[in-house]
Design a binder for this molecule. Structure first.
Ligand SMILES: O=C(O)[C@@H](O)C(=O)CO
Ligand SMILES: [Mg+2]
Length: 268
């Protein structure tokens, strides 16, 4: 069975953030996710979840200075103390929101380096990433949470350290923590690698969360080059039990664009 979560950072932007929970529930979503909760108190978010009967399924750890262009801390050499604080803060919210999954964004490689310096930077980021993820997975395990890593396409996020599925699997295997899993975003995978159904089949044992969007515009799943009915049918046949996050930018009004989700319980 496909369980859809509304990504409230992208969907229902017709409403103020705390009103998006009601809009999502009204449209038939039973779960919600978003990028970052931190400008709101956990109490206000908890109330929005309770009042609307929806489950918090995912959010991201603090990513560093997002407004200044930072995209996560997990692989950044020299920022380990900040990363540890981010883990503690993220897990504090996860406890209050009863959220099973948190995503640790990897961060960006340095710009403008020559090939040799770039290779050295990559090595340093990799070592930092493994050490930080070991720490974070340990803390998440104590709190009963799953930690996720997500390959992101480098067209949307140039320089992002984690961009391919095989790189993510190598990291998961190197860290070797049961509660460290893959956030498999089919939009990013289609842009970088394609072959979505074979990727799903191969990666299933590692997957802790799935996200979808149309490609290439990141609009509704029924707009663009990916035939999502076939992909979601395969995902259900594989007996995937997790959530599918709807992480797309609606082409127009969110509710008007939900027709693609009728077969999965949504009400346009
Ligand atoms: O795919 C994405 O963009 C998100 O899932 C995310 O966490 C980082 O922006
Ligand atoms: Mg995503």
């Amino acid at each position: 069975m496909i369980r859809l979560a509304a990504n409230l950072s992208m969907l229902f932007q017709e409403h103020a953030f705390l009103d998006r929970f009601a809009a999502a529930a009204d449209a038939g979503f039973t779960g919600v996710e978003y990028l970052f909760p931190y400008v709101h108190s956990p109490e206000a978010l908890r109330t929005a979840l309770n009042e609307n009967g929806v489950e918090q399924v995912l959010f991201n750890l603090p990513p560093g200075d997002w407004a200044a262009g930072e995209r996560g801390l997990a692989s950044l050499p020299g920022r380990e103390a900040e990363f540890r604080d981010a883990v503690i803060e993220g897990l504090r919210y996860a406890a209050q929101l009863d959220c099973s999954r948190v995503h640790a964004m990897a961060g960006l490689l340095p710009e403008d380096a020559d090939a040799r310096t770039q290779a050295e930077a990559r090595e340093a980021h990799h070592a930092t990433y493994l050490a930080n993820l070991r720490f974070a997975a340990g803390e998440a395990a104590k709190a009963g949470r799953t930690l996720l890593i997500e390959p992101i396409n480098t067209r949307d996020m140039p320089g992002y350290f984690l961009s391919r599925q095989d790189q993510a699997v190598a990291v998961l295997e190197a860290v070797g923590a049961n509660n460290l899993r893959l956030q498999f975003d089919l939009y990013h995978c289609q842009i970088m690698e394609g072959d979505l159904i074979r990727h799903l089949e191969r990666l299933l044992p590692h997957i802790g969360h799935v996200q979808i969007a149309g490609v290439p515009e990141r609009h509704e799943p029924d707009i663009g080059e990916v035939h999502y009915p076939a992909v979601l049918e395969r995902l259900a046949a594989l007996d995937y039990r997790g959530w599918v996050g709807c992480e797309y930018r609606p082409a127009a009004d969110t509710r008007d664009g939900l027709g693609w989700g009728r077969d999965y319980g949504l009400q346009p």
